[in-house]
Design a protein. Structure first.
Length: 188
Protein backbone atom coordinates (compact mmCIF):
# COMPACT_ATOMS: atom_id res chain seq x y z
CA UNK A 1 0.00 0.00 0.00
CA UNK A 2 1.51 3.34 -1.00
CA UNK A 3 2.03 5.91 1.70
CA UNK A 4 0.87 9.52 1.52
CA UNK A 5 4.42 10.60 0.77
CA UNK A 6 4.61 8.32 -2.30
CA UNK A 7 1.27 9.60 -3.67
CA UNK A 8 2.21 13.26 -3.07
CA UNK A 9 5.53 12.94 -4.85
CA UNK A 10 4.06 11.23 -7.92
CA UNK A 11 0.87 13.32 -8.34
CA UNK A 12 1.04 15.69 -11.27
CA UNK A 13 1.22 19.42 -10.48
CA UNK A 14 0.64 22.47 -12.59
CA UNK A 15 3.52 24.01 -14.42
CA UNK A 16 4.16 27.74 -14.52
CA UNK A 17 3.23 27.82 -18.20
CA UNK A 18 -0.17 26.22 -17.53
CA UNK A 19 -0.92 28.76 -14.82
CA UNK A 20 0.11 31.68 -17.05
CA UNK A 21 -2.08 30.40 -19.90
CA UNK A 22 -5.07 30.23 -17.53
CA UNK A 23 -4.41 33.76 -16.26
CA UNK A 24 -4.13 35.04 -19.83
CA UNK A 25 -7.43 33.40 -20.82
CA UNK A 26 -9.20 34.92 -17.82
CA UNK A 27 -7.75 38.35 -18.70
CA UNK A 28 -8.92 38.12 -22.33
CA UNK A 29 -12.44 37.06 -21.32
CA UNK A 30 -12.60 39.90 -18.76
CA UNK A 31 -11.48 42.47 -21.34
CA UNK A 32 -14.07 41.27 -23.83
CA UNK A 33 -16.89 41.25 -21.30
CA UNK A 34 -15.85 44.48 -19.53
CA UNK A 35 -17.77 47.10 -21.57
CA UNK A 36 -20.90 44.93 -21.75
CA UNK A 37 -20.75 44.30 -18.02
CA UNK A 38 -20.32 48.03 -17.32
CA UNK A 39 -23.25 48.91 -19.60
CA UNK A 40 -25.41 46.29 -17.89
CA UNK A 41 -24.49 47.69 -14.46
CA UNK A 42 -25.22 51.28 -15.56
CA UNK A 43 -28.52 50.19 -17.14
CA UNK A 44 -29.47 48.62 -13.79
CA UNK A 45 -28.58 51.89 -12.04
CA UNK A 46 -30.75 53.81 -14.51
CA UNK A 47 -33.62 51.38 -13.92
CA UNK A 48 -33.28 51.67 -10.12
CA UNK A 49 -33.17 55.48 -10.27
CA UNK A 50 -36.19 55.60 -12.60
CA UNK A 51 -38.15 53.31 -10.26
CA UNK A 52 -37.18 55.48 -7.26
CA UNK A 53 -38.43 58.65 -8.97
CA UNK A 54 -41.63 56.90 -10.05
CA UNK A 55 -42.15 55.72 -6.47
CA UNK A 56 -41.70 59.26 -5.16
CA UNK A 57 -44.19 60.67 -7.67
CA UNK A 58 -46.71 58.04 -6.58
CA UNK A 59 -45.89 58.74 -2.92
CA UNK A 60 -46.62 62.45 -3.40
CA UNK A 61 -50.04 61.74 -4.87
CA UNK A 62 -50.84 59.06 -2.27
CA UNK A 63 -49.80 61.29 0.65
CA UNK A 64 -51.97 64.10 -0.73
CA UNK A 65 -55.06 61.93 -1.08
CA UNK A 66 -54.68 59.98 2.18
CA UNK A 67 -53.81 63.01 4.29
CA UNK A 68 -56.34 65.32 2.59
CA UNK A 69 -53.57 67.92 2.27
CA UNK A 70 -51.54 69.39 -0.53
CA UNK A 71 -48.15 67.80 -1.17
CA UNK A 72 -45.50 69.51 -3.28
CA UNK A 73 -42.61 67.96 -5.18
CA UNK A 74 -40.06 70.77 -5.55
CA UNK A 75 -36.87 70.52 -7.60
CA UNK A 76 -33.58 72.26 -6.86
CA UNK A 77 -29.87 71.68 -6.65
CA UNK A 78 -26.59 72.90 -8.01
CA UNK A 79 -26.65 73.64 -11.74
CA UNK A 80 -22.89 74.31 -12.02
CA UNK A 81 -22.20 71.16 -14.03
CA UNK A 82 -19.16 70.28 -11.92
CA UNK A 83 -18.54 66.75 -10.71
CA UNK A 84 -19.97 66.34 -7.24
CA UNK A 85 -22.71 68.86 -7.96
CA UNK A 86 -26.16 67.68 -8.93
CA UNK A 87 -29.88 68.04 -8.54
CA UNK A 88 -32.30 67.26 -5.77
CA UNK A 89 -35.97 67.32 -4.94
CA UNK A 90 -38.01 67.47 -1.77
CA UNK A 91 -41.54 66.22 -1.08
CA UNK A 92 -43.25 68.47 1.45
CA UNK A 93 -46.56 69.61 2.86
CA UNK A 94 -47.55 73.22 3.40
CA UNK A 95 -47.29 76.21 1.06
CA UNK A 96 -46.05 75.73 -2.51
CA UNK A 97 -42.55 77.10 -1.88
CA UNK A 98 -42.50 75.98 1.75
CA UNK A 99 -39.38 73.79 1.51
CA UNK A 100 -36.29 73.75 -0.64
CA UNK A 101 -33.65 71.10 -1.20
CA UNK A 102 -29.89 71.46 -1.17
CA UNK A 103 -27.12 69.09 -2.13
CA UNK A 104 -25.15 69.69 1.08
CA UNK A 105 -27.84 69.94 3.75
CA UNK A 106 -31.22 68.65 4.88
CA UNK A 107 -34.30 70.31 3.38
CA UNK A 108 -34.89 73.90 4.45
CA UNK A 109 -38.55 74.45 5.42
CA UNK A 110 -40.37 77.60 6.36
CA UNK A 111 -43.27 78.02 8.78
CA UNK A 112 -46.23 75.78 8.09
CA UNK A 113 -44.22 73.40 5.87
CA UNK A 114 -42.88 69.95 6.67
CA UNK A 115 -40.53 67.82 4.59
CA UNK A 116 -41.61 64.27 3.84
CA UNK A 117 -38.61 63.12 1.83
CA UNK A 118 -35.55 64.51 0.05
CA UNK A 119 -33.55 62.86 -2.73
CA UNK A 120 -30.15 63.93 -4.03
CA UNK A 121 -28.73 63.01 -7.43
CA UNK A 122 -25.01 63.78 -7.68
CA UNK A 123 -23.45 64.46 -11.04
CA UNK A 124 -20.88 61.68 -11.50
CA UNK A 125 -19.95 59.35 -14.29
CA UNK A 126 -22.13 56.24 -14.20
CA UNK A 127 -24.80 57.91 -12.05
CA UNK A 128 -28.31 58.91 -13.05
CA UNK A 129 -29.32 62.54 -13.39
CA UNK A 130 -32.86 63.78 -12.76
CA UNK A 131 -34.25 66.62 -14.88
CA UNK A 132 -37.67 68.27 -14.86
CA UNK A 133 -39.38 70.73 -17.16
CA UNK A 134 -41.18 72.32 -14.18
CA UNK A 135 -39.84 73.72 -10.90
CA UNK A 136 -42.48 72.07 -8.75
CA UNK A 137 -45.67 70.03 -8.83
CA UNK A 138 -48.47 70.53 -6.31
CA UNK A 139 -50.60 67.43 -5.71
CA UNK A 140 -54.08 68.35 -4.47
CA UNK A 141 -55.27 66.80 -1.23
CA UNK A 142 -58.86 66.59 -2.43
CA UNK A 143 -58.55 64.71 -5.73
CA UNK A 144 -54.86 63.90 -6.16
CA UNK A 145 -54.68 66.09 -9.24
CA UNK A 146 -51.53 68.05 -9.99
CA UNK A 147 -51.38 71.81 -10.47
CA UNK A 148 -49.03 71.65 -13.45
CA UNK A 149 -48.54 68.65 -15.70
CA UNK A 150 -44.87 67.98 -16.23
CA UNK A 151 -42.17 65.55 -17.21
CA UNK A 152 -39.44 64.19 -14.97
CA UNK A 153 -36.61 62.59 -16.93
CA UNK A 154 -34.04 60.23 -15.46
CA UNK A 155 -30.99 60.28 -17.71
CA UNK A 156 -27.64 58.51 -17.76
CA UNK A 157 -25.02 59.58 -20.29
CA UNK A 158 -24.20 56.86 -22.79
CA UNK A 159 -27.05 54.62 -21.62
CA UNK A 160 -30.34 56.44 -22.19
CA UNK A 161 -33.32 58.04 -20.50
CA UNK A 162 -36.62 57.22 -18.84
CA UNK A 163 -39.41 59.81 -18.85
CA UNK A 164 -42.15 59.99 -16.26
CA UNK A 165 -44.99 62.08 -17.66
CA UNK A 166 -47.30 63.38 -14.93
CA UNK A 167 -50.74 64.21 -16.29
CA UNK A 168 -53.08 66.80 -14.81
CA UNK A 169 -54.95 63.96 -13.06
CA UNK A 170 -51.75 63.17 -11.10
CA UNK A 171 -51.26 59.82 -12.75
CA UNK A 172 -47.84 58.92 -14.10
CA UNK A 173 -47.04 57.33 -17.45
CA UNK A 174 -43.47 56.10 -18.04
CA UNK A 175 -41.71 55.66 -21.36
CA UNK A 176 -38.23 55.70 -22.88
CA UNK A 177 -37.25 57.85 -25.87
CA UNK A 178 -34.28 55.66 -26.81
CA UNK A 179 -35.24 52.12 -25.73
CA UNK A 180 -32.94 52.37 -22.71
CA UNK A 181 -35.11 49.88 -20.82
CA UNK A 182 -36.91 47.15 -22.73
CA UNK A 183 -39.70 46.91 -20.15
CA UNK A 184 -41.00 50.39 -21.08
CA UNK A 185 -42.74 51.53 -24.28
CA UNK A 186 -41.05 54.07 -26.53
CA UNK A 187 -42.12 57.66 -26.02
CA UNK A 188 -44.29 59.08 -28.79
Amino acid sequence: MPSFRDVASTSPGHSLIEILVCVALVAVVTLLAGPDLRDWLWRQRLDNAARAVLGDLQLARSEAIQGARNVTLRFGGDESGLLGSGRCYVLHTGPLGGCGCRMDAPPQCGPGAQAIKQMRWTRERGQAEVLSNVGSMLFSGRQGTVSVAGTVEVHMAGIGSVRHVVGITGRVRSCTPDAALNRLPRCA
